[in-house]
Design a protein around this ligand. Structure first.
Ligand SMILES: [Zn+2]
Length: 325
């Protein structure tokens, strides 16, 4: 079952019903919203002989086993930095041949942001001169990393976080979950269904996450010296550069959410905080800052993310941030 995104689902269904399928789609938006799930559902609807997941036709059966002969999945290969031009070339050789079932050939490119420059240039040819009855679906978390030439040749569908109500309703219907618990899952997942479901299914992971947030709150209460000591602990020098970049990206996202919670508390809106399980601790921490300071910290977090994006040293970036928090 898909949670939310009714407008996009309606749009895709209409393009099937009106026989107006585009030769290329771009689904973009943050991770864990359900873009791939909706793309897969779209595949079923296009190919299934009954127009949905009938489960009986050859298309459904092969799609379910991930072995449909007219469907191609392009993912970044393990240990590779990008989706390579070779992968795109091999794909292009395959798709110029006749469709196996005389129906559509569909190519799903997961994390299209990972296309190398050469690979996107090569892909561009297929988008500029599309083969008949061939559909590309590109999935992207960061549309800015895609060349304008690619974007302009696709039908763009933007994905946003799902409403709290839709997430609460889903858990209520599917698992008989009480509204309060559904609400907490919606908040803690920042309205991303993929995360909400993972936390619901994996309590260990949820507890680990909660513990991490608790640690950050403790960290924010330490003095400058102690904070600096903490850097070596979480960003060890022995780690590889990219490993520390990833860790810090994660820290920045969590810190961002904590600071936003503090701002909500300052504005007497505690019902809307993400980390309601730590409401008391957050209320205590909020007293340490005034609102302007918190807004300033958010700006610094944003800047730090940008620095990381252009390969700045994660330790230096974090040190800089610590001076402000
Ligand atoms: Zn079917």
């Amino acid at each position: 079952m898909i949670i939310g995104h009714k407008k996009n689902i309606y749009f895709l269904q209409k393009s099937i019903d009106n026989n107006k399928l585009s030769h290329a789609y771009l689904f973009y938006g943050p991770a864990h919203l359900g873009k791939t799930t909706i793309a897969m559902d779209f595949l079923f609807k296009i190919l299934c002989e009954q127009g949905g997941k009938c489960g009986k036709c050859v298309h459904c059966q092969q799609l379910e086993k991930n072995i449909h002969l007219d469907v191609y999945f392009i993912n970044k290969e393990e240990n590779k930095k990008n989706i390579t031009i070779e992968q795109i070339r091999i794909l292009q050789e395959k798709i110029i041949k006749r469709s196996f079932y005389g129906s559509y050939k569909i190519i799903l490119i997961n994390q299209a942001d990972d296309l190398s420059v050469e690979a996107s240039n090569c892909l561009l040819k297929s988008l500029e001169e599309p083969n008949p009855k061939t559909i590309f679906i590109l999935i992207s978390e960061n549309i800015k990393s895609l060349p304008e030439t690619i974007i302009s040749r696709t039908q763009i569908l933007k994905f946003l976080p799902v409403s709290t109500e839709e997430i609460v309703n889903y858990f209520e219907k599917q698992f008989n979950l009480e509204t309060k618990q559904g609400f907490e899952l919606a908040k803690i997942s920042t309205n991303k269904p993929g995360i909400a479901i993972t936390f619901f299914q994996n309590k260990n992971l949820l507890n680990k996450y909660k513990k991490q947030i608790q640690e950050f709150i403790n960290f924010l209460q330490k003095n400058l010296n102690e904070k600096f000591q903490f850097i070596e602990k979480i960003l060890p020098t022995k780690n590889e550069f990219l490993e520390n970049v990833k860790i810090l990206q994660n820290i920045l996202s969590q810190l961002d959410l904590i600071i936003r919670d503090l701002i909500l508390i300052k504005n007497f809106l505690p019902t809307f905080i993400v980390h309601s399980f730590l409401k008391n601790e957050l209320e205590k921490l909020a007293k340490k800052y005034n609102e302007n300071q918190l807004i300033q910290i958010l700006k610094t977090i944003k800047k730090s993310k940008k620095y990381l994006f252009v390969n700045a040293n994660p330790k230096l970036v974090f040190e800089n941030l610590i001076l402000e928090i």
